[in-house]
Every structure is written in C-alpha cells, then in structure tokens.
Ligand binder design. Structure first.
Ligand SMILES: Cc1cc2nc3c(=O)[nH]c(=O)nc-3n(C[C@H](O)[C@H](O)[C@H](O)COP(=O)(O)O)c2cc1C
Length: 185
C-alpha cells in the first residue's frame, strides 16, 4: 500500500476523548483531553497531557488530584463543548447539566453521567515544551452497571466509547473478538 508522508503529525489514535474533572476550593471544572494513556499497572497509573494555559492545569497542580471520566459517543456535544470553552468563563457542570459526584478525593469530583470514572492522585509531573504530563495513580475505578456482565466482568462491547484522532471524533465498534482468540484457531 502506498503511503504519503505527513510531516511529523502525531497519528497515535484513536484515543478516548476523555473528560477530566478537577476541583480546588469550591470551584470544579471539566476539560476534554485526547492525550491520555495508561502508563503503569502496579500501582495503576494514567497520564494526561495538559497545556499550562488551561484553567484545569492550575487546579490539578494546586489540588494534586483529578478524575478521568470516559464518555459515550452520544455525549459528544458535551465533549466538544468542554474542550472549546474555558472553565474561567463557564461553569461546565452547570451548563451541561452534569452531576459532580465526590468519591474518595477531597476536591476532584467524578462525572456521574459518564459510564466510566477513575479517581487519581497526582504523583509525577513532566514539564515538556508545550504540555505538562501529569501522571496520576488510580485509587478507585467505577463503571456503570450496564457495562458489567452477570459474572462481574467489564464488557466494553456494551458501551460505545467516543474516540478521537487528528481533529475528528470517531465511533468505536466492537469486533466481537477477545484477547488471545488467535490461539484458539
Ligand atoms: C477532542 C478534544 C481533545 C483535546 N485534547 C487536549 C489535550 O490533550 N490537552 C490539552 O491541553 N487540551 C486539549 N483540548 C483542549 C481543551 O479541552 C480546551 O482548551 C479547554 O477549553 C480547556 O478548558 P479549561 O481552560 O477549562 O481547563 C482538547 C479539546 C478537544 C475538543
């Protein structure tokens, strides 16, 4: 297959278009981030890349906490809205009718309406040229009951997670294939 050279574009995707919630004092905020990843298993850790000019950057730095909330594809309006307006000018929880649900953390709420939420404590910060990479330890994870099977297993095929890559929102479609299926062929 012929490939065309695309400069140095970052073509690692799709990634989930995640909603990161933070809080400090009485203020709570949400930012949309596509640059998110899993970086360690034991202890479980995730990374989020945030530009220092974001309102959320200061809140995460000051509180040392954030939550990662994974939206469904039908929540794309919220995802786009939370990623195009700053919390300095809008209370995004109120505007999008979202419920801030405080779990174990002191300030950062989870977003009740998202099917998946993880509470994170900030452990490391890597200041790169354009973005700060915040690495958080996941201290608790929650999933909507509809995604959990009768046997207690999380089944992502029951949930349409919203993907994002290179400026486009993408649908995730199940292939109905489980890890290791080739071994059984
Ligand atoms: C789909 C999508 C993905 C985004 N990914 C990132 C990202 O990875 N890092 C980042 O700093 N900003 C990202 N943004 C931009 C921020 O979400 C946006 O600047 C937001 O309004 C900042 O909110 P805040 O000032 O309330 O923190 C993304 C926006 C969208 C719509």
């Amino acid at each position: 297959m012929a490939k065309s050279k695309q400069s140095t574009q970052l073509l690692l995707g799709p990634t989930p278009a995640a909603l990161i919630a933070s809080g400090y004092g009485a203020v709570q905020n949400i930012i949309t981030l596509a640059w998110v990843g899993v970086v360690n298993s034991s202890p479980p850790m995730v990374s989020i890349s945030v530009r220092p000019n974001r309102h959320s950057y200061d809140m995460i730095k000051k509180s040392g906490e954030f939550t990662v909330n994974i939206p469904r594809e039908d929540q794309v309006d919220i995802v786009d809205g939370c990623g195009t307006v700053s919390g300095r000018n809008l209370n995004k929880f109120e505007h999008y009718n979202l419920t801030a649900a405080l779990g174990t953390l002191s300030y950062a709420p989870m977003i009740k309406e998202c099917p998946i939420s993880m509470e994170c404590i900030l452990k490391h910060t890597l200041n790169l040229e354009s973005h700060a990479v915040f690495i958080g330890q996941v201290i608790s994870s929650y999933v909507e009951e509809e995604i959990v099977t009768e046997k207690g297993v999380i089944d992502f095929e029951r949930c349409r997670i919203l993907g994002f890559c290179s400026g486009s929102y993408l649908r995730t479609v199940p292939l109905n294939l489980k890890l290791g299926y080739t071994l059984k062929k």
